[in-house]
Design a protein around this ligand. Structure first.
Ligand code: SF4
Length: 136
């Protein structure tokens, strides 16, 4: 069984399609919606954790792409500016997903572990130096 995270972006036209239902019924995938942003008339986004057969995950995502759903990696939605980091470690203390990687004194003292991040933005909220930027 494979587990994969992806951000799905829907055009206003694609937003009415039952994409999560299709992934479950047609591809037998298990879905965990980690984050969602859906507003009438705007592009909608879902951060999904998909688990199931590796081939089925690939087929399901290919099918969604054919429905005009864009599929991106989580990393596409954040940036980390280490030049601003003062090593307060506040991000590490609040992260609910064990997604902050600290390397004190190094060139890259803080980073986000993409496979764990749920784009909650708590690190951005507590950082005193503006290290984190999110676009979800
Ligand atoms: S966005 Fe949330 S889950 Fe991701 S690194 Fe920041 S605090 Fe952790």
């Amino acid at each position: 069984m494979k587990i994969e995270r992806a951000v799905l972006s829907f055009s206003p036209n694609a937003i009415r399609k039952p994409v999560t239902y299709l992934l479950v019924s047609n591809y037998k995938l298990r879905l965990n919606i980690l984050r969602a942003k859906v507003m009438p008339g705007e592009e909608g986004r879902l951060l999904l954790e998909l688990s199931g057969d590796e081939d089925k995950i690939r087929e399901g995502l290919t099918y969604l792409a054919s429905l005009d759903v864009r599929i991106d990696r989580v990393q596409s939605f954040y940036s980390v500016d280490c030049t601003k980091c003062t090593e307060s470690k506040k991000c590490f203390q609040v992260c609910p997903a064990d997604a902050i990687d600290l390397n004190p004194g190094s060139e890259r003292p803080v980073d986000i572990i993409e496979d764990n991040c749920i784009l909650c933005e708590k690190c951005r909220e507590v950082c005193p130096s503006g290290v984190f930027t999110f676009t979800f």
